[in-house]
Write a protein that binds this ligand. Structure first.
Ligand code: ADP
Ligand code: GLC
Length: 468
């Protein structure tokens, strides 16, 4: 079965968040199960494209309204990934040093149209189009409605919602950019009076998935305006829990970390990573080390962290290290705390893949006080690296972390995203840390939990087969 994933991100080519990790792993696991799974993504001006060489396999022009843009389909000259990646190279629109910005509508529309134009020319057509998030949300609509893609409209198309907060809305003055269709069906594009690519995908895709079962249920109650649509389409909707790439995220072989370790020698291995972090960021290594890694946005609850940290740090019972970027206000508040809590706190404002791996390895606890978490990968990475997650029970966090006070529990869970509840969760963690026998036992246990893609990759394949 030939599967084409269409996405704005894919690790290690271009990563903003978890979408990249998913699209960089799922095809590999699907190929291991005998599929022919590949990725189509934009060609960006970034480190990966600078460091690799590419060959052109197709050349044409893409029309965006009255404008015409040259485009190439590129492939890596030497592919070291375990799946093929095809790059849509539209120099005038996509070749930027960012993935997302103010001009997403035109850029991703051109990307989607060029992708389908190229698909029309392929001899061996795919058996499945698997679209990810709203940047590819118009593909299901165009396949179904645009006259020019009539020859592709029997190919089943799936949309996976990684995050329903972002929907790609744009106004009707750009309607003419979408390849011609019967104007009577414009309603399929509409939600609340504007063109809504995610809503169009939910209406037109053959199946809609989200990245955890709980998130699917939550979306039917609250989906940034799309809840009634999801309820209405629920027969074709299913939640499939994300997995992780256990080769990339393997504490035994991870080349980013200071010291590799396995379940057998985790105490010493984690200690060396913790010591490195504490020495590098001037933190008290005798105290439990709490970390946060992620985008500093409302969904992650990061706006509450400055207040939580300043209260908790007064008691000097722990050390805290944060890695993230996002809201400038939150960044500034987090930076301001540095002086007052020198020796117990530091924040690295920015994006650093290597540092994130060392933090998963060296921290004792990972904080995820998310307001919304469709799946969350950080908690699964932290489990694999023996770091106990402290999570707000929502979405994928609810599906992957069981509280220590419950049977077979191994994490710390709270129900609300408030300063008081997050502080309480941290205090429970400090208490757990003081019981070193229990703490060590849990660390060892969580490293054995299997969150590899094996099971979920199979679930996706079953889903593809059910519509083929
Ligand atoms: P989301 O996609 O909503 O940001 P996920 O938990 O699914 O959340 O995935 C986040 C991914 O991005 C993880 O691989 C995490 O390690 C990584 N990440 C987030 N922020 C940073 C950062 N500042 N530096 C390095 N990696 C980061
Ligand atoms: C989104 C979600 C996150 C999820 C990721 C990968 O960015 O916010 O929860 O893990 O996609 O599916």
């Amino acid at each position: 079965m030939k599967i084409i994933h269409i996405s704005a991100e894919c690790y290690p080519v271009a990563k903003v968040g978890g979408l990249a990790d998913v699209v960089g792993a799922l095809p590999k696991y699907q190929n291991a199960l005998g599929m022919e799974s590949s990725v189509v993504m934009p060609f960006y001006d970034n480190k990966f494209t600078k460091e690799h060489t590419f060959k052109s396999i197709y050349k044409a022009q893409v029309k965006l309204g009255k404008e015409t843009h040259e485009f190439n389909v590129l492939k890596l000259k030497k592919n070291t990934l375990e799946f093929d990646v095809f790059f849509i190279d539209i120099k005038s629109l996509l070749f930027k040093n960012y993935v997302y910005s103010f001009d997403d509508t035109d850029r991703f529309l051109a990307f989607q149209i060029a992708t389908l134009d190229w698909m029309l020319t392929l001899k061996g057509k795919p058996n499945i189009f698997h679209c990810h998030d709203h940047h590819t949300g118009l593909i299901p609509f165009m396949l179904q409605e645009s006259f020019k893609y009539k020859n592709l409209n029997k190919i089943p198309v799936i949309t996976t919602i990684h995050n329903a907060q972002y929907q790609g809305w744009f106004t009707y003055d750009k309607l003419h950019l979408i390849p011609e269709f019967d104007i009577e069906n414009t309603g399929l594009l509409d939600w609340g009076g504007s063109i809504n690519p995610l809503a169009a995908a939910i209406k037109c895709a053959w199946r809609v998935t989200t990245v955890s079962p709980s998130y699917m249920e939550e979306l039917k109650l609250e989906a940034n305006g799309l809840q009634d649509l999801l309820k209405h389409e629920s027969a074709k909707c299913v939640g499939i829990l994300n997995g992780i790439d256990v080769d990339v995220w393997n504490p035994e072989t991870d080349h980013y970390v200071v010291e590799n370790f396995s379940k057998k020698n985790l105490q010493i291995g984690k200690k060396k990573n913790k010591n490195w972090l504490c020495e590098t960021f001037n933190l008290d290594k005798t105290k439990p080390l709490f970390a946060f890694i992620g985008r500093l946005v409302g969904e992650k609850g990061s706006d509450l962290l400055p207040e939580v940290f300043s209260t908790i740090l007064k008691e000097k019972e722990c050390s805290i290290l944060l890695l993230g970027s996002g809201s400038k206000d939150v960044e500034n508040e987090l930076k301001e705390l540095k002086e007052a809590y020198k020796g117990n706190y530091d924040a690295f404002i920015g994006y650093d893949e290597k540092l994130s791996h060392i933090i998963y390895s060296g921290a004792d606890f990972l904080l995820m006080p998310s307001r919304v978490e469709p799946c969350g990968l950080n908690q699964m990475y932290s489990l694999r690296y023996g770091t106990i997650p402290i999570v707000r029970s929502i979405g994928g966090l609810k599906d992957t972390v069981i509280d220590i006070d419950t049977k077979n529990g191994f994490g710390i869970c709270h129900n609300e995203v408030t300063v008081v509840e997050i502080e309480h969760a941290i205090k429970r963690a400090v208490t757990l840390y003081s019981d070193q026998d229990k703490f060590k036992k849990i660390r060892k246990y969580i490293m054995k939990i299997d969150h590899s893609w094996d099971a979920s990759a199979l679930e996706y394949i079953k889903l593809y087969k059910s519509i083929n």
